[in-house]
Design a protein around this ligand. Structure first.
Ligand code: TYD
Length: 219
């Protein structure tokens, strides 16, 4: 094979954390920083990222009727992810592009598995079936204290939030605890980043955590 046909697999980075922790902003800043270094990067999100998965997103965030059972909810997240992984994430990685994803399977583990009570084994089984168990090269968990998150969300959402974001304080506290447990149990797979302060300051911390994955910068 000639050099054009051989490309190293791209890296897969997922941003994780509760609502209002700055994932979308950090995903964008990272994708821009990668492009600036000449690394082709795609930014995407979950639930969503493909037409099918975006349609499932609408079903999840504004459920018809009385809402989903917790099992149906977990299956819908897994179905959206399966489409996203097969149609977008894997092809991009195989073509040598980096993928920066705003939430991935660890959100299902923290929300449906932890806070929702389905347990980690069930979520991992769905992910194995739907998406071949794909893991990000690094999950970046943005850690922001509760009071600061409440302030950010009040500014961003006002009184409105979606079916999951609108769940009570107890649920979101359980989500945060669950994320911390997942990260604690897998220090290689997660980088826990202090998400407080200016976006650029947080971005600098993210780049530091990613340094081992980045090609050395030309001086
Ligand atoms: P998102 O649009 O990222 O919300 P936010 O910007 O508030 O973080 O995600 C939509 C909601 O879906 C959010 O409340 C988290 C939830 N979610 C799960 O419960 N499980 C999942 O697997 C994913 C990807 C998201």
């Amino acid at each position: 094979m000639g050099p054009e046909t051989v490309s190293a697999r791209g890296r897969f980075i997922a941003f994780e954390g509760g609502e209002g922790t700055g994932k979308s902003t950090q995903a964008r800043l990272l994708a821009e920083a990668l492009e600036a270094r000449g690394i082709a990067a795609e930014i995407t999100r979950e639930p969503g990222g493909t037409p099918g998965a975006e349609a499932i997103r609408d079903l999840l965030l504004a459920p018809p009727g009385e809402g989903w059972t917790r099992e149906a909810e977990a299956l819908l997240f897994a179905a959206a992810r399966a489409d996203h992984v097969a149609r977008r994430i894997r092809p991009a990685l195989e073509a040598g592009r980096w993928v920066v994803c705003d939430r991935f399977v660890d959100s299902s583990r923290a929300y449906q598995g932890g806070a929702g009570g389905l347990g980690d084994e069930a979520i991992r089984a769905l992910h194995a079936f739907g998406s071949g168990g794909l893991r990000p090269d690094l999950a970046v968990l943005l850690d922001v204290d509760e009071a600061q998150v409440a302030r950010r969300l009040a500014e961003r959402d006002g009184e409105t939030s979606d079916a999951i974001g609108g769940r009570g304080e107890t649920y979101h506290r359980a989500v945060a605890a669950s994320f911390r447990n997942l990260a604690g149990a897998d220090p290689q797979g997660f980088a826990v980043i202090d998400g407080t302060g200016e976006p650029q300051a947080v971005h600098a911390r993210v780049l530091e955590a990613l340094a081992p994955l980045l090609p050395a910068e030309a001086s």
